[in-house]
Design a protein around this ligand. Structure first.
Ligand code: PLP
Length: 391
């Protein structure tokens, strides 16, 4: 196969919902991808925050292979070991109470929204079903999560959208307080808005919001689909905010490259969903969960402190580069603005030079694999700086 043929077949057979960049990857190792022609590209995107341990990390491959050979799937009508092991690890890392496994971030958020509505209807009766999310957020592409996504551009074409969603301004309690009416059952937030432009929420704002939610018995759902699983230097980002969410959603990096989503329930919400309330055929798949358990076990204190250190190294490398206006984010989830060049211009130029970076609105977004080696990190930073210095 060559790249040109692949592009033609893709255009012929795959629905045109993605604007692909000019890159055909055949294989990868660590943070380095290889094209069909054998060209090397350093990857600062991790497949949008999914490949936590880079491409085909040997221990992860061994874990999923061992499980695939043993038992690749059975229905959720029966017990399987990997799902239980992964759930136990997630509980140990967080102090949450229970887990539901889904297959994607959107599904995890969809399930969390359902949980919040059931919590409220069980306790307060019908009508208290409103969800407040934030402007510039991104929560997924299902009908409920696309509605929860606080960006107008997604609220076209697919009417009627789900009912009962309102939007608040991140950082602005004056805007939010009057919207937390008696009909609101949950607040849904990302602590760093990833797709919305790597906007880090202010700690004091988040703590005040959490305190109001607690007082009004409004559930706090923290969407950690992009920020979770070590990405920001703690296992979940909320652990740096001094808050206790009622529901945490996870996906992306949890599977290390295979599809998974998870809802983590606190003690308060652990028993809300009962028999028959929710389910999915593939949720808790043994192969995916075996890989997930390997990923979670890797993330000890030492690993997480390395994530923080590498994040500092990236910030330091960007300091003083002419044209860079503002660096945002935490750990290895970073974004920056350039004074004169657009994010997509920079991403395109990086790719030509052998580096994959992402964009998020008008920012360049960096999500390197968390175990990226010093050598690969420096190679990538060298390319990035070279591109940024070029006019
Ligand atoms: C914060 C956040 N929530 C939810 C999603 C949706 O996840 P998925 O694409 O796995 O459905 C994303 C995807 O980018 C995300 O960044």
């Amino acid at each position: 196969m060559d790249c040109q043929t692949l592009k033609e077949l893709d255009a012929r057979y795959i629905a045109g919902t993605y604007k692909r960049s000019d890159l055909c990857l055949e294989r990868g190792e660590g943070a380095t991808g290889y094209t069909f022609e054998g060209r090397e590209v350093i990857d600062f995107s991790s497949g949008i925050g999914v490949n936590s341990l880079g491409y085909s990390e040997p221990g992860w491959v061994a874990a999923i292979t061992r499980q695939a050979v043993k038992l690749q799937h059975t229905s959720n009508l029966y017990y399987t070991q990997p799902a239980v092991e992964l759930a136990e690890l997630l509980i140990e890392k967080t102090g949450m109470s229970k887990v539901f496994f889904a297959n994607s971030g959107a599904e995890a958020n969809e399930g969390a929204i359902k949980t919040a509505r059931k919590y409220s209807s069980d306790k307060y009766g019908e009508g208290r079903h409103g969800i407040l999310s934030l402007l510039h957020s991104f929560h997924g592409r299902t009908m409920a999560t696309i509605t929860a996504t606080g960006q107008e551009q997604y609220h076209k074409h697919f009417h009627p959208f789900a009912q009962g969603f309102v939007y608040g301004e991140a950082g602005n309690m004056e805007d939010i307080k009057p919207k937390l009416t008696k009909n609101i059952c949950a607040v849904l937030i990302e602590l760093i808005q990833g797709e919305g432009g790597v906007n880090t929420l202010d700690k004091a704002f988040v703590q005040e919001l959490a305190a109001i939610c607690l007082k009004k018995d409004i559930l706090l759902i923290v969407d950690e689909v992009q920020t979770g699983i070590g990405r920001t230097g703690t296992f979940f980002a909320y652990q740096q905010y001094g808050i206790q969410p009622d529901l945490v959603t996870s996906a992306k990096g949890l599977g290390g490259g295979l599809p998974i989503g998870a809802i983590l329930f606190s003690e308060k919400t652990a028993e809300v969903l009962g028999f028959g309330d929710h389910g999915t055929t593939f949720g808790g798949n043994p192969v995916v969960c075996a890989g997930g358990a390997y990923i979670v076990k890797t993330m000890d204190e030492e690993f997480l402190s390395q994530v923080t250190a590498k994040g500092h190294r990236i910030r330091e490398a960007l300091k003083g580069v002419p044209g860079i206006k503002e660096v945002s984010g935490l750990g290895m989830m970073l974004g920056f603005l350039h004074e004169t060049r657009t994010a997509s211009e920079i991403a395109e130029a990086c790719l030509k030079e052998g580096l994959i970076v992402l964009t998020a609105k008008d920012k360049v977004r960096l999500l390197p694999p968390l175990n990226i080696t010093g050598n690969e990190l420096e190679k990538g930073l060298f390319i990035l700086k070279k591109v940024l210095i070029q006019q």
